[in-house]
Structure formats: structure tokens, C-alpha cells
Design a protein around this ligand. Structure first.
Ligand code: NAI
Ligand code: MG
Length: 507
């Protein structure tokens, strides 16, 4: 076991242009203008690698949300956005994707600084996929087709009708996003809402507001009219809650904790707003005895440790068949020990800090609880202490199904591993034994066998001999308490559309 505690972290150099840009308080975007909060308040944003303040950002609350919703309503009902052709809308959305790519280095730098993730990862994953989301969605703007539907009209014998459906934007959408992929979550939410012709008030996470605010500038530059996208930084209990319960919001789309997902549903229930939710997970990753062990080791390592374990779909429960258990689990632990921790802006960093002090305390709290309940860390097992929020990548063995570390979402670099004897109903039942069910992995040399298991897993996504393969074209979302509805792909469009049936009597 590699004890890493108290290893001093290298300090990263913030590029002067970014530092300069952050030297004054960042305003919020309402009705096409960059404005301070009505209250005049700002809040601090921290570098999770050092705990130092890196920016002050306008603190939106109820009053600002109200102005933003009014602007979004005006933009939805009248003005250029409401009159725009699908083709024009699509071109503007495509242009947002282009501008993201034009600014890829700056956006990746902001993300690394604000969230703590390695800049190279932010570039290759977060920013690239954000651009692709706008590019992919832009094509749907011209393809939101209804149907011509032959009807029987039993109550009007002899009469003749033409019936059709029309897909219409749902209206003003309130979107609330978390901090684990700040830019990408903004893209996942904004791109389909814009494609369908909705207008948006986006509440970004208080931990990581910076990249979405920069995206707001690019959105205006692309030609999105004033009021169509409003971006409010602020806290969940104030700005988030005000948005979720606002009577003039037609739909709320949320990504975050299952606990807050419940609050959103409650807040939205008074006006019966439409709600979509992308929530937590405790995803099983199953290695069958016939899997290629090297592939499974690399895959299981990435499944849990990518993004410091801060993924709703993290493969956090590893099940390995008895013949491969020691090899795979020790292999994952050896890989974990090699992962280079450091600030996101330091060149050779492979894993950054947890996003905040709160998350650091939460994850290390789980590590303590695991030890108390009898689990054993074969690598990592502790927070690194100091002023940054680093946690050593950890693999826990000797776990039991009822332990908190096995049941609850940790949202940090902590894997629980257990062995199984047979590929049978009991294995599938244990994999499905969770309140969540966002994703799952299966590793096997026999793809038909893996597919049979995939079919039985109650998960929104199953990866076979791979993990974390996301694509703008693929729907993503959860069964059970992992959420309602799907993000991405054609499937997400229904989150933002109403279906209208129009019937004309023609004879
Ligand atoms: P959270 O669910 O509190 O925060 C997500 C977003 O919801 C943020 O923008 C926050 O400001 C907002 N929010 C919080 N309370 C709200 C309320 N009452 N009304 C409206 N909006 C509200 O997540 P948090 O506290 O950052 O993390 C806690 C745990 O949640 C994590 O440890 C992890 O288990 C889970 N989580 C899951 C995510 C996912 O992608 N599924 C992302 C982030 C956290
Ligand atoms: Mg919270």
C-alpha cells in the first residue's frame, strides 16, 4: 500500500490572461446583458488544488431568477427567436459548437482551474464533447417532424378528416447543473433546449460557475438573441430553489444528487411542471472469468477513477469472478497507486483534487465508515490533508453488501470490490441490488454471454468490454432513482417538446 498523505503538491501557474479575466467580479447573463446581482452580492470561487479564492462571481437569487424568467418568457413568445426558421436556429447552434472549439484551450484551462480536473482531460473530453453536443443537436433543429395520422373517427361516420401532429417547444425551461463536468453539463442541457426552440434559465453550480459564464459569451457571439439563454450563478437553496418553483417556468431539467432531485420534484409539483432528472448512481462493473484480465484491469481502473470518481456513472461496485479476482483487483490497485495526483493545470497530472472541501469531507467520511465496518483498503484509503482536496485513489476489499460504502454513492475515487463464483441469477440480482441504476459494465471474452447479462441489468447504459463511452448520439439516463428521462441522442428531444394533434374536417 502506497501511503501518499502529506506529499506536497506542485503549484500550478495560472495563465496571466485567465488571471486578468478573473480579477474583477464575474457578472451573470440576463436578457442578453452581463449584469451584477440585484442584491449586489458576490460569492467566492475556489481552486480545489489549493483552497485559494480564484474569482468572485455575482450571486444570483430569487430576484435575479425572476428577471431571467421574464426575459426568457419574452424571448419565447415574441422577437427573433420565436420567428426564426429551424434552419437559422440550427446554424446558430452549430456556430456555438464551432466557437467552443475555437476557444478550446481557454475553456479547458478554466475548467482545470475551477473544477480541478487535468487540463488535458478537460480538453479531450469536456470541451470536445461539449462542442460535439451543439454540433450534433444543431442537425435536429430541421428534423422535429410530426406525423400524418390516419384516423377512424368512429363518432362521425362518413366524415373525412386530415390529422397531423406538430412538435412544439415546451416553453421556458429552468435548468440546474452540477460541478463535475461544468461545461459539458451546460452543453447537455442547453443544446437540446435550443434545438427545440425553447428559452432557458440555466443555474450553474456554485462550485464551478466559470466555464458556463464564458460559454454564455460564446452563445451571444454565435447570434443567439437576447433572453433566449440566461445564466445565473448562485446557490441551490436560493437561486436553484427559486427556479424550480417559479410559476412561469414550464419545465425543469436537473442534474445532481438524488436528494435534491426529490426537492426539485416537490418544488415543481405545485404547478405540475414537467421535470427531467439525471441523478446519482452506484454502477456495477462485472468481470467474468473469461475476460481479458489486462483489458478488464485498465477498464475497471478508468471506470472508477476517471474524473476523480466524480461521475454519476462511475463503475464503483466491481464484481470479479473468483478465478480472476486477485489478479484484477490487485491490478486495479497497482494502477491506482501509479496515478499521479496534482493540480489540474500541472502538465503531468492524471488526477486532480475533489471539487470542494465539502466533497473532500464527504469522501473521507466514507473511507472512515468503510474501515469501521470492516472493509480493507488495498491501496489509498485516505485524504491527503493539506490545503487542497486530494484523496488517494482507493480500492476496498472485504466488503459486505450491507456496508454504507457498498450501498451509497460516494462520488469520489473509491472502488468496492467483491468476488462471485457463478454467472447466475444471484450475480445479476446483486448487480441490480441498488436504489440507483444509471450504468453498468460487463467484461467477457464471449460477447453473446455478455449481451445476455447486459439485457438483464436494470441500467440506462451498459458498456461491454469498455466503459465511459459517451456520444452525443447515444441516450443517457437512469432507471429507478437514477432519474427521469434521457440526456443526449434523439431521446432528449422529448424532454423539451410538446406534441400537438391537429385535425381538420375536409368533407
Ligand atoms: P447537489 O445536488 O446539491 O447540487 C447540484 C445542483 O443542484 C447545484 O447547481 C446546486 O446548486 C443545485 N441545488 C442544490 N440544492 C438545491 C435546491 N434545494 N433546489 C434547487 N437546486 C438545488 O449536489 P452536491 O451537493 O454538489 O453534491 C452532493 C452529492 O450529490 C455528491 O456527493 C454526489 O453524490 C451527488 N452528485 C451527483 C451528480 C450527478 O452527476 N448525478 C453531480 C453532483 C453531485
Ligand atoms: Mg448539495
Amino acid at each position: 500500500m502506497n501511503i501518499r498523505a502529506n506529499i506536497p503538491m506542485p503549484t500550478a501557474v495560472v495563465p496571466p490572461a485567465i488571471r486578468e479575466g478573473l480579477s474583477t467580479a464575474r457578472p451573470m447573463l440576463i436578457d442578453g446583458k452581463w449584469v451584477a446581482a440585484q442584491s449586489g452580492k458576490t460569492f467566492e470561487v475556489f481552486d480545489p488544488a489549493t483552497g485559494e479564492t480564484i474569482a468572485h462571481v455575482a450571486e444570483g437569487d430569487k430576484a435575479d431568477v425572476d428577471l431571467a424568467v421574464k426575459a426568457a418568457r419574452r424571448a419565447f413568445e415574441a422577437g427573433p427567436w420565436a420567428q426564426m426558421t429551424p434552419s437559422e436556429r440550427g446554424r446558430i447552434i452549430h456556430c456555438i459548437g464551432d466557437l467552443i472549439l475555437d476557444n478550446i484551450d481557454e475553456l479547458a484551462t478554466i475548467e482545470a482551474l475551477d473544477n480541478g480536473k487535468p487540463k488535458a482531460v478537460a480538453k479531450a473530453a469536456d470541451v470536445t464533447l461539449s462542442a460535439d453536443m451543439f454540433h450534433y443537436m444543431s442537425g435536429w433543429a430541421t428534423k422535429l417532424e410530426g406525423k400524418h395520422i390516419p384516423i377512424s373517427a368512429l363518432t362521425a361516420p362518413g366524415a373525412e378528416f386530415v390529422s397531423m401532429t406538430r412538435m412544439e417547444p415546451i416553453g421556458v425551461v429552468g435548468q440546474i447543473i452540477p460541478w463535475n463536468f461544468p461545461l459539458l453539463m451546460a452543453a447537455w442541457k442547453l443544446a437540446p433546449a435550443l434545438t427545440t426552440g425553447c428559452t432557458v434559465v440555466l443555474k450553474v453550480a456554485e462550485e464551478t460557475p466559470l466555464s458556463a459564464l464564458r460559454l454564455g459569451e460564446l452563445i451571444l457571439e454565435a447570434g443567439v438573441p437576447a433572453g433566449v439563454v440566461n445564466i445565473i450563478p448562485g446557490f441551490g437553496e436560493t437561486a436553484g430553489a427559486a427556479l424550480a418553483e417559479h410559476p412561469n417556468v414550464d419545465k425543469v431539467a436537473f442534474t445532481g444528487s438524488t436528494e435534491v432531485g426529490r426537492l426539485i420534484v416537490h418544488a415543481a409539483s405545485r404547478d405540475l411542471k414537467k421535470v427531467s432528472l439525471e441523478l446519482g448512481g452506484k454502477s456495477p462493473n462485472i468481470v467474468l472469468g473469461d475476460a481479458d484480465p489486462e483489458l478488464a484491469i485498465a477498464g475497471a481502473t478508468a471506470a472508477i477513477f476517471f474524473n476523480h470518481g466524480q461521475c454519476c456513472n462511475a463503475g464503483s461496485r466491481l464484481f470479479v469472478q473468483r478465478n480472476l479476482f486477485d489478479k484484477v483487483v490487485e491490478g486495479v490497485a497497482a494502477e491506482a497507486d501509479k496515478i499521479k495526483l496534482g493540480p489540474g493545470l500541472t502538465e503531468d497530472t492524471e488526477m486532480g483534487p475533489q471539487v470542494s472541501r465539502v466533497q473532500y469531507d464527504r469522501v473521507t467520511g466514507y473511507l472512515a465508515s468503510g474501515t469501521e465496518e470492516g472493509a480493507r483498503a488495498i491501496c489509498g484509503g485516505e485524504g491527503l490533508g493539506g490545503s487542497g482536496y486530494f484523496v488517494a485513489p482507493t480500492v476496498l476489499v472485504d466488503t459486505k453488501p450491507e456496508m454504507k460504502v457498498v450501498r451509497e454513492e460516494i462520488f469520489g475515487p473509491v472502488l468496492v470490490a467483491s468476488r462471485f463464483d457463478e454467472v447466475d441469477d444471484a450475480l445479476v440480482a446483486e448487480a441490480n441490488n441498488t436504489i440507483y441504476d444509471l450504468a453498468a459494465g460487463v467484461w467477457s471474452g464471449d460477447s453473446a454471454r455478455a449481451l445476455r447479462i447486459a439485457n438483464r441489468l436494470r441500467a440506462g447504459t451498459v458498456w461491454i468490454n469498455c466503459y465511459h463511452v459517451f456520444d452525443a448520439a447515444l441516450p443517457f439516463g437512469g432507471y429507478k432513482q437514477s432519474g427521469w428521462g434521457r440526456e443526449m441522442g434523439q431521446a432528449v428531444l422529448s424532454n423539451y417538446l410538446e406534441t400537438k394533434a391537429i385535425t381538420t374536417r375536409i368533407g
